[in-house]
Design a protein around this ligand. Sequence first.
Ligand SMILES: Nc1ncnc2c1ncn2[C@@H]1O[C@H](COP(=O)(O)OP(=O)(O)O)[C@@H](O)[C@H]1O
Ligand SMILES: [Mg+2]
Length: 290
Amino acid sequence: MPAIEEALRRSGRDWNDLDAIAVAHGPGLAGSLLVGVNTAKALAFARGLPLVPVNHLAGHIYAGWLYDDFPSPEPRFPLLCLVVSGAHSDLILMTGHNRFRRVGRTRDDAAGEAFDKVARLLGLGYPGGPAVQRAAAAGRPDSIPFPRSSIPGSFDVSFSGLKTAMRRLVDSFPPGTAPVADLAASFQSAVADVLVTNTVRAAAELGVEEILVGGGVAANLELRRQLEARSPVPVRWPPIRWCTDNAAMIAAAGYFAYQDGARADVTLDADATLKLGIDRPEERDALGAH
Ligand SMILES: Nc1ncnc2c1ncn2[C@@H]1O[C@H](COP(=O)(O)OP(=O)(O)O)[C@@H](O)[C@H]1O
Ligand SMILES: [Mg+2]
């Protein structure tokens, strides 16, 4: 409640200005989802406001509608969304607002998870992404030829081979002598290369108008550099501060879901494994349009 009160205070709005309450009900850690869902349900009930269910991954995508230079032209459909976070590396095709179809994913680790694990191997801090990026700034990205894997016949990626190669390499150096900057730079470049190669191929084959990147790893500057250099279509990046988890992106997704009539009632529950863009009829029924 103090966080909500503070957000309202800073925005210069009060409870009477609100049209609806949006809440991320999944995917994620059950504990935090339960706190959020129950708070939102209680507020919606007490204030007589509609409750709008939002998928956390849709939130990362709609961070792309949070412009610093407002008004800006909106992203155009069909839109290919690369959602890269600590738990996901998904390619989601959007054919319109609230219309999501998952066309690719990771077969093992998420991109952010790979960054976090490799940061630990290299003795860098947590969260791993920013730590690896900082260490990489002093290294050569082409000094170590890490493996790049793709999954033939799909738009799926895999990072486990890359992570294992890193572990073997680090173990091959006497403790404290690994060339951390070169390892970080080469690893970061390989992760970006895998993601960009796959995304660019999907964009061409699916004939999309634009690419939009979201999730914590969208803050990575090497990923930005490689995708900008190789994409056949314009690329959208949310402002860096809206890439990692935040509430504004849930409000943005909630706005478009609300326009579309998405509503939940007090039976809304947290769903730690909620998917985006995969048909699960029982969920569609439970949530109306979603
Ligand atoms: N600059 C960066 N480069 C690479 N990865 C990053 C960067 N900033 C954050 N990350 C990664 O993003 C992930 C967090 O993503 P986020 O969407 O905020 O959380 P979650 O996965 O819990 O939804 C972490 O794995 C973190 O290492
Ligand atoms: Mg997230």
